[in-house]
Structure formats: C-alpha cells, structure tokens
Design a protein around this ligand. Structure first.
Ligand SMILES: NC(=O)c1ccc[n+]([C@@H]2O[C@H](COP(=O)([O-])OP(=O)(O)OC[C@H]3O[C@@H](n4cnc5c(N)ncnc54)[C@H](O)[C@@H]3O)[C@@H](O)[C@H]2O)c1
Length: 248
C-alpha cells in the first residue's frame, strides 16, 4: 500500500494505543511520520517500531496543550522533511468523575488536552497547508461527543467541541484544498479505556451490537482512509468505527 507516499505527517499522542496504531499504519502506507507524545520514551518506542518495519519516523516529546509542544513537532517535521501535509490530532486523556464532584481543574485539564490541543494543532498546520494549497487534518473525537458518557461530562464536552471545530474549519478551508474530518470511535481496547471502571467496561461490551470493543488498528484504518485521496469528497465528516454503538 502506498496511498500516502511522500506525505509528511504528524500524529499527536502516538506513543501508545490508537495514536501508535495510526502512526504505524500511516508509515506502512508510505508517509514519513513525526511521533509526538508527552512521554519521550513512548514516542521513541513507536518511532523505533516504524523504523524496524522499514518506515520513516522521528520521535519528539511535547504537550499538545501548549503552543511550544505543538511547535516542536512541526519544527522537527519541517526541518527534517518539509511541509507537513497531514496532521492527526489524537492525544487524549480520560477521567471518570461524577459531575457533582468535578472541579474546575478537572474541567480545564480535559478541555486543554483535547480541545485546546486540537485547536493549537490545526492553527499551526493551517497556514502552511493553505500556502501549499493542500493538506489533510484528521481530528480524533469520540462517540461520547455525540451521545454523552456517564461521569464523563468534561470528556464528552471536549469531544463534541472537536466535532464542531472540525465542521466549522472544514467549511472555512476546504475550498482552498485543505480537508478536515473527524473520527469518533466507540470503545477501543487501550490503556485509556482500561482506566475506566471494570463494571462499566463489562456492561458496555455486552451492550454493543458487535458484542466487543474495537482495536486501535480499526481506528487507524479509518484515519488512513480519510488521509488518502480515496476520501477526497469527505469534508467535515465524523466517521464512526464504533462496533455499531452509534448509528447515524
Ligand atoms: N480508547 C477508546 O476507547 C477511545 C474511544 C474514543 C476516542 N478515543 C480517543 O482516542 C485518542 C487516543 O486514545 P487512546 O485510547 O489511544 O489513549 P492512550 O491512553 O492509550 O494513549 C494516549 C496517548 O496520548 C498521550 N498524551 C496524553 N496527553 C498528552 C498531551 N497533553 N500531549 C501529548 N501526548 C499526550 C499519552 O502519553 C499516550 O501515549 C484520545 O483522543 C481518546 O480520547 C479513545
């Protein structure tokens, strides 16, 4: 597969889980990938995995909720390979807390990592994409941004915000050659979901039409599609690899 040859990509939060699977898949399809993560060790591991498989990747530590963290990834990409034509805003955290116990710090942190991180990434990417007349952005939302999650008010709000951001930005820049879309996975087997309560996970899996959670590779396949020219008519969409939980 070489749908993404000669593409320079940045994947945030690619040191584990879904982000790692996305980075590996994009590299397998020919992209050069900058692997961002809060954990330098995790980012290095993903980049090494890609290199060992014959792909091209560079690792960089950075917090997506800060402009400097985002800038470091773009600087590495541009200095090493040139224009970043593909950005995947994936980095995320989760915290399950009843709303009445949620404090402003919990709220601010959740919004900062997801929604501010997505905004900062898009803003940094967009100028050079518009100048180049081409580019693709894929934002990782969640089906909880569509239906809400119990004890996940801040997470659900952040993910709904990402879906709104995606639609509005797509309207603004698609005419100039930049495609922006979102992916809203259902539960996926990663550390993030393993941090939620076992009771919730058991009940949730039983309730899914497929009867099981997805795997990171399922989300990565959706991202690779959206990143490729196969998705050239997809603009401002939110695709749902969600095992049938949400049907729109
Ligand atoms: N796992 C699921 O069921 C699921 C479902 C829907 C959406 N998502 C979304 O998918 C994305 C990836 O989730 P995952 O399940 O792979 O999580 P994960 O916890 O397995 O991996 C997340 C990665 O992001 C990194 N990270 C966290 N905060 C960061 C920051 N501020 N800057 C840079 N990196 C940071 C972590 O170090 C980690 O390597 C998240 O946005 C999440 O909300 C996950």
């Amino acid at each position: 597969m070489s749908r993404l040859s000669n593409r320079n990509a940045i994947v945030t939060g690619a040191g584990a889980g879904i982000g790692r699977a996305i980075a590996v898949r994009l590299a397998a399809e020919g992209a050069r990938v900058v692997v961002n993560d809060l954990s330098p060790k995790a980012a290095d591991e993903t980049a090494s995995q890609i290199s060992a498989a014959g792909g091209t990747a560079l690792a960089i530590e950075g917090d997506v909720s800060s402009s400097q963290g985002i800038e470091r990834a773009f600087a590495l990409c541009e200095e090493s390979w040139g224009h970043c034509g593909l950005l995947v805003n994936n980095a995320g955290i989760v915290q399950q807390v009843p709303f009445r116990e949620m404090n402003a710090g919990d709220w601010d942190r959740m919004i900062a990592v997801h929604l501010r991180g997505c905004f900062l990434g898009c803003r940094r990417a967009i100028a050079s994409m518009l100048a180049a007349g081409e580019g693709v952005i894929v934002n990782i939302a969640s089906q909880l941004g569509q239906i809400g999650g119990v004890e996940l008010v801040h997470y659900s709000a952040a993910k709904a915000g990402i879906i709104g951001l995606t639609k509005a930005l797509a309207r603004e820049v698609s005419g100039a050659g930049v495609r922006v879309n979102a992916v809203a996975p259902g539960p996926v087997n990663t550390e993030l979901v393993r941090a939620l309560s076992p009771d919730w996970r058991e009940a949730k899996a039983a309730d899914l039409p497929l009867g099981r959670f997805g795997e990171p590779q399922d989300v990565a396949a959706t991202v690779a599609f959206l990143a490729s020219d196969d998705a050239r008519t997809y603009v401002g969409q939110t695709l749902g690899p969600n095992c049938g939980d949400v049907m729109l």
